[in-house]
Write a protein that binds this ligand. Structure first.
Ligand code: HEM
Length: 137
């Protein structure tokens, strides 16, 4: 398998995995009566976001752009795929907002927002994968 595509797969596997995991991780860290738990949990959540999710997103997007430039693909599915990837980037940013909010006020109930974000993220990931694998137009 060409190395650039392999890099694209590694990046998107880690990115999609952490994007689905982060809302559950944030929700699991709220509404406990233990300040030490809050501190450790906030540290873990921030680490997953900063050290895995964000670099993986940059690798997935960077290698995808390099594939696109190298092969000169200009198909309809790729344009629509870029829109669904933009949706994933938006979900990534919203995850960051949730991480910060829970860090500032851990007693906040954010589980509904986390569930909704997880659902929207899963929809964008499924749509992206379908577009790139089915190449419908
Ligand atoms: C700006 C972001 C991205 C760009 C520009 C991009 C671009 C590309 C390009 C040009 C290819 C090669 C297609 C081919 O050879 O037929 C590709 C392959 C692929 N991309 Fe992306 N991609 C991006 C993000 C993503 C994301 C976020 C996902 C998953 C959620 C994804 C999933 C895939 C898959 C599964 C393939 C393999 C398709 C195949 O070999 O049939 N890509 N991408």
């Amino acid at each position: 398998m060409p190395l650039l595509k392999l890099l694209h797969f590694v990046g998107l596997l880690c990115w999609c995995g952490t994007l689905l995991y982060l809302p559950a991780l944030v929700a699991a860290g709220t509404r406990r009566n233990d300040p030490l738990f809050y501190r450790d949990h906030a540290h873990l959540t921030r680490m997953v976001f900063n050290l895995i999710a964000t670099p993986a997103a940059l690798i997935a997007i960077g290698s995808g752009t390099a594939l696109f430039l190298r092969d000169g693909i200009m198909a309809g599915w790729l344009i629509v795929k870029l829109s669904t990837v933009a949706g994933m980037v938006l979900c990534h940013a919203l995850c960051g907002v949730l991480v910060l909010r829970v860090e500032r006020s851990p007693e906040l109930s954010v589980s509904i927002r986390c569930r909704f974000l997880g659902l929207v993220t899963a929809t964008f990931i499924t749509a992206t994968l379908w577009l790139v694998l089915a190449k419908p137009f």
